[in-house]
Design a protein around this ligand. Structure first.
Ligand code: MG
Length: 371
């Protein structure tokens, strides 16, 4: 059987980033660790996947690698690569959690499926409804002056969407930064992401002040688990509240709709554990009038190409994406920059499959644990 999964290779890589990033934990990032997956079929097809771990959910690159090598690879080898839903059911049955490792497996299987028929993955999801996706850049450099200069330069080049990481400095400093950005670029599409950073008892007072800078949305103001507070905030504020950490699965999206704590939602393959579950989240959101947004967890070109193929085919994904890592943050990705960010958008790659080609020399150079 030619479509049988014959072999799966895995690497843990460490990729330097161009400028320091701080996204709320107080920790400043200078490189990102990811896991790369290559699935080989018996008839010679090769699919690529990538896991970008999310520490707040208990995932690291090391745990993703261990889950793949010790649990997922053994249940996948020998299976039919065409039967993606069945392979993902095998993964779900083998181990709970590890959504990042599972996402890497699923995108590699879609890469193979596209290559098998010579079509981009977006065609397999119904075809593109947009050729490009508006791009958000995250203001998260501990050196705010550097970020402000970068934002001015990007705006001059056509970039319009910026997301500020708030809640890890005191509120006065957050307001100073938000007001400086709004003053500098009055027509920018300004978004705010608290990464769960506000104290629930105090959040409404803080956010009423933030509404003065007219943000497009306020992302995950309070911690996951505080959904009752988030529902009250969504009801009290004029600004839409976007659920990120609070919605990781179709079941949680359904609950968010029922309980009213998501005016909009961030879709991330690393949260949902793959494209099929991400599409289910978007379908529930769309039915409830809740638009979706393409979020990211430090992924590079492989994972973001997979997300771009999916989100480019979803009419409800109207809030753009933050897939800026390959073009603006990584010093060098292991794939050439297929998203071709510029002018405030990314381009959905043309296939076949995910449309990515891995540079094996760069992969070898960045590998901390090789195949
Ligand atoms: Mg977020």
């Amino acid at each position: 059987m030619g479509d049988r999964i014959e072999r799966i290779a895995t690497w843990l890589i460490d990729s330097p980033i161009r400028s320091a990033r701080s996204h709320g934990s107080g920790h400043v990032k200078r490189s990102v660790r990811r896991v790369i997956v290559a699935i080989h079929t018996a008839d010679g097809l090769l699919g690529w996947g990538e896991a970008a771990p999310w520490a707040p959910f208990g995932n690291t690159a090391e745990t993703a690698l261990a889950a793949l090598r010790h649990v997922l690879v053994p249940v996948l080898v020998g299976g039919d690569a065409r039967r993606i839903a069945s392979r993902m059911a095998d993964c779900a049955g083998a181990i709970a959690g590890h959504s990042d490792a599972k996402a890497a497996v699923e995108m590699a299987l879609w890469d193979i499926a596209g290559k098998r028929v010579g079509a981009p993955v977006s065609d397999l999801f119904g075809g593109l409804v947009r050729e490009t996706i508006p791009l958000s850049f995250s203001i998260a450099d501990p050196d705010f002056a550097a970020d402000l200069a970068r934002a001015r330069q990007m705006y001059a080049g056509g970039h319009r969407i910026f997301k500020v990481k708030t809640g890890f400095l005191d509120q006065a400093e957050d307001m100073r930064r938000l007001e400086a950005l709004r003053d500098a670029l009055p027509w920018m599409d300004l978004r705010v992401d608290y990464n769960q950073g506000l104290a629930p008892h105090d959040a409404l007072r803080v956010l009423r002040a933030v509404e003065r800078v007219a943000p497009t949305f306020i992302e995950q103001p309070v911690p996951r688990g505080q959904e009752a507070v988030m529902a009250r905030l969504a009801a009290a504020l004029d600004t839409p509240v976007l659920a990120d950490e609070s919605v990781t699965s179709p079941e949680e999206m359904l609950r968010a709709v029922r309980e009213g704590y998501a005016d909009s939602v961030s879709i991330k393959l690393m949260k949902s554990g793959g494209l099929l579950a991400a599409r289910a989240i978007d379908a529930i959101a769309a039915a409830a009038g809740v638009p979706s947004y393409g979020g990211t967890l430090w992924e590079g070109g492989i994972a973001l190409a997979a997300a771009a193929h999916l989100l480019g085919s979803l009419p409800n994904c109207t809030l753009g994406c933050e897939f800026y890592m390959p073009s603006y943050a990584l010093v060098q990705d292991i794939v050439p920059d297929v998203l071709r960010a510029g002018g405030g958008v990314i381009h959905v790659p043309a296939g076949p499959g995910l449309g990515v080609t891995v540079d094996m020399d760069v992969l070898a150079a960045q590998a901390v644990v090789g195949d």
